[in-house]
Design a protein around this ligand. Structure first.
Ligand SMILES: *Cc1c(COP(=O)(O)O)cnc(C)c1O
Length: 386
C-alpha cells in the first residue's frame, strides 16, 4: 500500500500508511501522545527518538497524503502557513519568487510582510496570463507559487503550462491545492514540484483542527524540507495529525457531495435576479471550462458571487443567512459565507484587491454537505431581504 497508484483513491485514503498497529493490532492508527522514545542503547531506537523529529501518528499522515497526491514523500505541519513558511525557507536572501496575484490572503501577508523584509523578492502576476509569467521570470527566480482555482475569484491556472515555462528557467513550481484536494486535482502529475495544503480545510474536513501538509517527489528536496521541519519545528501534535487522517478516510465521499451541492447552488445563483456574476469553474459559461476538464476531475465546493449594488447588500446577505454561517475558513461539512474584502482578504491593501477584481461586494461561500434544498432556500431568503 505504500506505492502510490497501486490502489484506488479511497483505498489509499483508508489504508496508506495505516496498517493495523504492530504492537496491539489496533485497526486505527493510535495517537502516540509522547514527546520522546526509549532507546535500547545510545542511538539505538526503533525509528523514533524525539517527537519533533518524528512521531508515528504524524508519519502515518505523511505517508497517506503522499499516496493521495501521487508523490514519493509527505510532510505534515502545524498549519498551512507553517507548511508554506517551511517551503519558503528553502530560499535565501536575493532569491526571487513569482506568485499569482489572486492568492490566499495569509500567503500574500507571509510573502510581503515577513519574507520581503528578510530579503526575499517577489513579483505578483495574473497567473492566467502566460506572457506575464514569461516577463516576470528573472535569472534570480527560484520559485513560482500558484493556486488553482484562485481564491476568491476561482480563476484557473494552467498548471502544466506554468510548470513547463518555470522549468525552462530552473524555478521550482509550488501549487497550493487546498481548494481542489488530490481527489479532484493532482498537481505533481501536471509537472509541479511541490504541493502544499491547508489541511485545516477539506483534508480535515470537519472544521475541528489547524494543519498543513507538503508532498513532493524529489528526494534531495525532501531531505532539505524534513531538515527544516525538524530544525524550525512547526510540527502538528499527534492528536491533530490523527484528526486529519480520520478526515482523509472520507475525503472522496465528501468531495463528491461538496461538488454536487455546489453545482446546484451555483446554478441557482446564476439564475437569480439580484446576482450579477457567479464565479464557479463548474458552470458551463465559466471562461475556462475546457481547462477545468483537462486538469481537474471535479470543481469542488467553493463559489464566489457579486450582487447588484455593491458592499451594503452583500453585507446584508452574509449577515442574514441562517444555515450558511458567517465565518472565515472553508472545506468543512457545514456551509460558510463571508466577504473576502473585509474578512479573508483584508490583509491585502484595498487598491491591490480591487485592481485584481476582488470587489468590496464579492461574497464567497463554502458549500457544505447539508441538504441542497435547505441551502438554496437559505440563500433565497437572504437575497430577498437584501
Ligand atoms: C487556509 C488556507 C491557507 C492557510 O492555512 P492555515 O491552515 O490556515 O494556516 C493556505 N492556503 C489556502 C488556499 C487556504 O485556504
Amino acid at each position: 500500500m505504500s506505492k502510490p497508484g497501486i490502489a484506488g483513491f479511497s483505498t489509499r485514503a483508508i489504508h496508506a500508511g495505516q496498517p493495523p498497529d504492530p504492537a496491539t493490532g489496533a485497526v486505527t492508527v493510535p495517537i502516540y501522545q509522547t514527546s520522546t522514545f526509549a532507546q535500547e542503547a545510545v542511538g539505538k531506537h526503533r525509528g523514533y527518538d524525539y517527537a519533533r523529529t518524528g512521531n508515528p501518528t504524524r508519519a502515518a499522515l505523511e505517508q497517506c497524503i503522499a499516496a493521495l497526491e501521487g508523490g514519493a514523500h509527505g510532510l505534515a505541519f502545524a498549519s498551512g502557513m507553517a507548511a508554506e513558511a517551511a517551503i519558503m525557507q528553502l530560499l535565501k536572501p536575493g532569491d526571487h519568487t513569482v506568485a499569482t496575484d489572486d492568492l490566499y490572503g495569509g500567503t500574500y501577508r507571509l510573502f510581503r510582510r515577513v519574507l520581503d523584509p528578510m530579503g526575499l523578492t517577489f513579483a505578483f502576476i495574473d497567473g492566467t496570463d502566460l506572457r506575464a509569467l514569461e516577463r516576470a521570470l528573472m535569472p534570480a527566480t527560484r520559485m513560482v507559487w500558484i493556486e488553482s482555482p484562485t481564491n476568491p475569484l476561482l480563476k484557473l491556472i494552467d498548471i502544466e503550462a506554468v510548470a513547463s515555462m518555470a522549468h525552462q528557467h530552473h524555478a521550482l513550481v509550488v501549487v497550493d491545492n487546498t481548494f481542489m484536494t488530490p481527489y479532484f486535482q493532482r498537481p505533481l502529475s501536471l509537472g509541479a514540484d511541490i504541493v502544499v495544503h491547508s489541511a485545516t480545510k477539506y483534508l480535515g474536513g470537519h472544521s475541528d483542527l489547524i494543519g498543513g501538509t507538503v508532498v513532493l517527489n524529489d528526494g534531495e528536496l525532501f531531505e532539505r524540507l524534513a531538515f527544516i521541519q525538524n530544525a524550525v519545528g512547526g510540527v502538528p501534535g499527534p492528536m491533530d495529525a490523527w484528526l486529519v487522517l480520520r478526515g482523509l478516510k472520507t475525503l472522496a465521499v465528501r468531495m463528491r457531495e461538496h461538488d454536487r451541492n455546489a453545482r446546484e447552488v451555483a446554478s441557482f445563483l446564476s439564475d437569480h435576479e439580484r446576482v450579477r456574476r457567479v464565479f464557479y469553474p463548474g458552470l458551463p459559461d465559466h471562461p475556462q471550462s475546457e481547462l477545468a476538464r483537462r486538469q481537474m476531475s471535479g470543481c469542488g465546493g467553493m463559489i464566489s458571487f457579486e450582487l447588484t449594488g455593491g458592499l451594503e447588500p452583500a453585507r446584508h446577505v452574509v449577515e442574514r443567512t441562517q444555515l450558511f454561517t458567517l465565518a472565515e475558513s472553508l472545506g468543512g461539512v457545514e456551509s460558510l459565507i463571508e466577504l473576502p474584502a473585509l474578512m479573508t482578504h483584508a490583509s491585502i491593501p484595498a487598491e491591490t484587491r480591487q485592481a485584481h477584481g476582488v470587489s468590496d461586494g464579492l461574497i464567497r461561500i463554502s458549500v457544505g454537505l447539508e441538504d441542497t434544498a435547505d441551502l438554496i432556500s437559505d440563500l433565497d431568503r437572504a437575497l430577498a431581504q437584501a
